[in-house]
Design a protein around this ligand. Structure first.
Ligand code: ASP
Ligand code: MG
Length: 402
């Protein structure tokens, strides 16, 4: 009997009616003759609400206790879905991440899955039960409850799908697939029927929020295809596929971030300074992946808010000794165009430059990765730039087949 792993996001289980809808969909798959393991996220805004509550109680809550708290959100929803499935007359059992055998490292709040000991899930499936697993959590090698970082239920689902030998992992969410741009910003955005892992990783790293980045990286490592579709419709969604690279002339989509920080470090004219600074930053776990072009003597890094705090801690001891100064800037966003054509077809860069010129938006270019070209623009103009790029690259028009 084949096995399907499905993941249902928070909006898909937000209230009793939606929980029943998810239960019906699970039962339909089960009645079609497949074993079903479904991973569930916390309902609606539960994770945000619990985080807010914790901060009211304590401005710097202990990370272990945060994990105890936040993991409860997923536990609630998977128990409720199990009840709704039972109500439809099919046997179901819910497991926490720990019961499902998801073993992680000890990094509270952002733990990485080391191993999935799936025998308990496997046994339940073989007994004919539908299995619900609380996403976003595991148990550490030190026997503590851990969580996997925001959006971590996607990662739970991919890890379980691989461990159980599923051929595909189905991700059900509130949009019906991956789009050429955020459809709530770009009216003409188009659903992309298929993307490669490389493209999906670039889109996600550049700010697309459909999937958690780690889940796509893990799926690529195991060459496990993902189908992203809506839990509210029957549309086919987007296939994130293994296999051959995308065509060289492909432009896949536009993505953007609104929560990155540009950290500019001045006083870096000589080479030893660059070396000291990069060693200190790397030792503090700060990524040096995105560097914005600056005049000599300055280095600008694009970081998450959390990384910025770590970078400032790492740089402050160097400040006096090396006459460095640094300043974080949160008024900038990064807009990225993803697809192999960004480096094979000069028309892509021309179209981007033309769009920036027409909109009179100043931009700084960012070091590019193999299938991504990005620039920094003022945050208040980011949506206008996304629309202009989408338009200039004609991404709303499906490419001709053949
Ligand atoms: N509930 C967690 C979050 O909101 C994990 C998830 O939804 O995947 O980030
Ligand atoms: Mg999500």
């Amino acid at each position: 009997m084949s096995i399907v792993v499905q993941k249902y996001g928070g909006t898909s289980v937000a209230d009793a009616a939606r929980i029943s809808n998810v239960a019906r969909r699970i039962v339909e798959t089960f009645d079609g003759g497949q074993q079903v393991c479904a991973v569930v996220s916390a309902r609606g805004d539960t994770t945000d609400e619990l985080t807010r509550l914790a901060r009211e109680v304590s401005p710097r809550p202990p990370r272990r206790e945060m994990d105890m708290l936040l993991s409860a959100g997923e536990r609630i929803s998977c128990a409720l879905v199990a009840m709704a499935v039972e109500r439809l007359g099919r046997p179901a059992v819910s497991f926490t991440g720990s019961q499902a055998g998801i073993v992680t490292d000890t990094e509270h709040g952002n733990a990485e899955i080391l191993e999935v000991r799936a025998h308990r899930v496997q046994e339940a499936l073989e007994c004919g039960q539908i299995v619900l697993v609380a996403g976003f959590q595991g148990v550490s090698t030190e026997n503590q409850v851990t969580t996997l970082g925001r959006g971590g239920s996607d990662t739970s689902a991919v890890a379980l799908a691989h461990a159980l030998g599923a051929k595909i992992c189905e991700i059900y969410t509130d949009v019906d697939g991956v789009y050429t741009a955020n459809p709530s910003v770009v009216a003409g955005a188009r659903r992309i029927p298929e993307v490669t892992f490389d493209e999906m990783i670039e889109l996600t790293a550049a700010g697309a929020e459909v999937l958690a980045l780690r889940s796509v990286v893990l799926a690529q490592r195991h060459q496990l295809p993902l189908r992203v579709c809506s839990s509210f419709t029957r549309a086919e969604g987007t296939l994130v596929r293994a296999g051959p690279m995308a065509a060289p002339d492909r432009v896949c989509g536009v993505a953007y971030t609104t929560d990155e920080v540009v950290l500019t470090i001045n006083g870096m004219a000589d080479r030893s300074a660059l070396r000291c600074v990069s060693d200190a930053l790397l030792a503090a776990g700060v990524s040096l992946q995105h560097i914005a072009r600056e005049p000599e003597g300055a280095l600008s890094l694009i970081l998450t808010e959390e990384e910025t705090l770590r970078a400032e801690d790492a740089l402050s001891p160097l400040q006096a000794a090396m006459q460095l100064s640094y300043s974080p800037d949160t008024s900038t966003s990064r807009v990225a165009v993803v697809g192999r054509a960004v480096h094979t077809d000069e028309k892509v860069l021309q179209a981007m430059c033309g769009a920036l010129e027409r909109k009179k938006v100043p931009a700084r270019w960012v070091d590019a990765s193999p299938s991504c070209l990005s620039c920094l623009v003022p945050r208040q103009r980011v949506e206008a730039v996304v629309c202009a790029f989408h338009d200039a690259l004609r991404l709303g028009i499906a490419p001709a087949l053949g």
